[in-house]
Design a protein around this ligand. Structure first.
Ligand code: NAD
Ligand code: DAU
Length: 348
């Protein structure tokens, strides 16, 4: 089986590539990635010499490039993770989210349709999406697969749009697809613009911890390797043209999570209990900030038998240890371009 994985040099993609390479030595895995600021081949150092692995530096916004690769390699299945993924960046530069997340996804589907020529046997377009497409919840309730789409940020609007196009391609052209919508991931290799790795890095460097608004926003956190396992299961056992919600059954208000993180970091760094929490600084809220996300992952649990295997305490500890043991990785990704981003985003 020749599988095209897009965005495999990014955070979640690198865990999916590694899982598939190690678990399925008979599959040929092709990792297509443009290596934007978020893509990093260091994430895949341990597996890059495997015989069944090929890295393809390409941009999904370039249709000719994508079509040529389909023609050359005849991929039979696609797992599509490449995207612009950070909400704050989508607020300052929405257009690139439309280009990559919407048009890039359509380019991939168009290239697949052209190459598959109406023969859909053993073909699949698996689109990785987010719970943010459902908008925001009040204090109760959960997102299910039938919750109406109601995106609030340019990022979530672009992901919602791409989900709609994937479904429409299924209905209109018969493209066999699976979509999964997952909650917030955390774990090794996440770019330090997202809450958990940003705050770990800032604590290490004794920099302030910028909490948006009142900090009482709620997210449902899932360890990245559990997401990769869910993707493996939905890819192999999911029904064509179905959607699966994936979540951690693990809701935290930001401020509570941040206090837990500070407490563990104080221990790891041999600091006095309470030292890291002194870095907490409340800052201006994110515009259009969604109050609460929470996933009902009952469908994938009942139909495919998936559930998270890593508790939040274990996952957080593993994540912190990874960042503390990989300071070189952090240093490399927080270079000049990151400093510019940080200045603009946090005005300090
Ligand atoms: P990421 O930003 O860490 O990685 C994205 C990858 O896509 C990078 O390697 C980047 O180089 C690549 N890429 C970007 N633009 C490209 C282009 N034009 N052509 C080719 N490659 C390009 O993202 P992530 O957090 O790993 O998210 C992966 C996917 O999962 C995204 O589709 C995201 O919407 C979805 N998702 C993420 C989360 C989360 O919590 N991080 C949760 C649910 C769903
Ligand atoms: O829910 C899935 C989504 O989770 C994914 O689709 C996105 O790709 C991913 O980025 C993530 O989106 P969030 O906006 O929820 O994640 P982020 O880490 O940016 O923020 C988590 C919460 O922390 C959110 O309520 C905003 C808050 N926050 C974030 C940052 C970066 C802060 O208070 N301060 C910060 O500096």
């Amino acid at each position: 089986m020749k599988i095209l994985i897009t965005g495999g040099a990014g955070f979640i993609g690198s865990h999916v590539v590694r899982l598939f390479l190690n678990k399925y030595p008979d599959y040929e895995i092709f990792n297509l990635d443009a290596l934007t600021y978020a893509g990093n081949l260091e994430n895949l150092k341990d597996i890059e010499s495997k015989e069944n692995y090929t890295f393809l530096k390409a941009d999904i916004n370039n249709i000719e490039e994508v079509e040529d690769l389909f023609e050359k390699y005849n991929f039979s299945k696609v797992i599509h993770l490449a995207a612009e993924s950070h909400v704050d960046r989508s607020i300052s530069d929405p257009l690139v989210f439309v280009k990559t997340n919407v048009i890039g996804t359509m380019n991939l589907m168009n290239a697949a349709l052209k190459n598959w020529k109406g023969n859909f046997q053993d073909k699949l377009f698996y689109h990785i999406s987010t719970d943010e497409v459902y908008g925001t919840l009040g204090e109760t309730g959960l997102f299910t697969e039938t919750t109406a789409y109601d995106p609030n940020s340019p990022y979530s609007a672009s992901k919602a749009s791409s989900d709609h196009f994937v479904r429409a391609y299924g209905e209109t052209y018969g493209l066999p697809y699976v979509i999964s919508n997952c909650s917030n991931n955390y774990g090794p290799n996440q770019f330090p613009e997202k809450l958990i790795p940003l705050f770990i890095n800032n604590i290490v460097n004794n920099k302030s911890l910028p909490v948006y608004g009142d900090g009482k926003y709620t997210r449902d956190w899932l360890f990245v390797k559990d997401h990769a396992e869910a993707i493996d299961l939905a890819f192999h056992c999911g029904e064509n043209n179905e959607t699966y919600n994936i979540g951690g059954f693990n809701e935290w208000q930001n401020i509570d999570l941040i206090h837990l993180l500070c407490k563990i970091m104080d221990k790891k760094l041999d600091r006095n209990n309470g030292d890291s929490a002194k870095l907490i600084t409340y800052v201006k809220d994110r515009p259009g900030h969604d109050k609460r996300y929470a996933i009902d992952a009952g469908k994938i649990n009942k139909e495919l038998g998936w559930k998270p295997s890593v508790t939040f305490e274990e996952g957080l500890e593993k994540t912190i240890d990874w960042y503390l043991n990989n300071k070189g990785w952090l240093k490399n990704v927080t270079n000049g371009a990151y400093k510019d981003y940080y200045q603009k985003q946090y005005k300090r």
